[in-house]
Design a protein around this ligand. Sequence first.
Ligand code: UD1
Length: 363
Amino acid sequence: MPQVSLIAAARPNFMKVAPLMRALRHQRIDASLIHTGQHYDRQMSGDFFEQLGIPEPDVNLEVGSGSHIYQIAEVMRRLEEVYDRRRPDAVVVVGDVNSTLAATLAAVKLNIPVAHVEAGLRSRDRGMPEEVNRVLVDAVSQWLFVSEPAGLENLRREGVPDDRAFLVGNIMIDTLLAHIEEARQRRVFERYGVRPRQYALLTLHRPSNVDSPERLRGILQAASVVARSMPVLFPIHPRTAQRLQASGLADDSLCNGYTPLPPLGYFDAIGLIDAARLVLTDSGGVQEETTALRVPCLTLRENTERPITITEGSNRLVGCHAQDIEQAISDVLALPERLGNPPPLWDGAAAVRIARILRNVLQ
Ligand code: UD1
């Protein structure tokens, strides 16, 4: 039986790991789970394991927070011993976080081939830590599993041979489709005192948006414009919470423009996205989830590595200047409540496709 080590690290990884663990085991691949501990709070990690039925990790490296260099170096150092002991036939990594890069480099240095799930995405903005991680991980991975056609194009342009890249669809949407009905039944919006399609949801955590007090203020100003016509729910990521405190914006009158919430568990997050009139976000995963659910989404960035969410989905890039965001908000509120179409292969079966391919190549 082939043996693989699957790496989980941070909140957006867990929705990808859950269907993969199941599909790999179904294909009779012996998959063990290694949590790097990049995210460790119950709200950022444990709740997701529970809600998504992910088994307890076989190993937890408990790396925790620190500078990017510390995180990457420490994950590599701690993984060396784990990889040496286990000698898996392959390492499977997902997404673009620092641990994804560290786990990939450590495997490649020990001559263990790597499969990258969510390969090929490019924002072409090397100022984003995730973009550097994506480019480096894809350059040294053996098998590249891609969620949208632009990803295949990007890999081709970077010289990846066609027989190593596979368009398999979007694994995050596997998890969304598996749980959305249950989330709907929970009617989570009631708990937050809002009515379906009569509120906006805001999420923010990119360093480029939250580390600059000026930008953060501009975005909150735009949110306060939405707040004139509907409540704005704002689940606050730990990084953003720190920045709001440090910049004094937490005490500013702008905070009357939103309802602050703690980071949400998975069911609450997808339930609130699903019933929102409008989502404002800088998250990659939320751009995909809103596209799959056809909920209008304004992305508070200058670029996206997920262009299909714009060409086929419900997403629009609006940058992070208050005036531009305000204009986009009034445009989108004049449009139908549901927009665009879910892309092909965002159908709930990406993990099964990946596991079948891995089964074949690892024979
Ligand atoms: C990381 C990923 C980002 C992903 C995001 C989702 C990188 C480069 N970035 O960013 O791509 O979109 O996760 O959340 O890998 N913290 C806690 N509790 C936790 C984890 C973090 O309080 O469980 C705080 C710590 O103060 C930490 C800060 O949040 O320093 C940032 O965490 P970190 O993992 O470095 O990056 P994220 O901003 O979460």
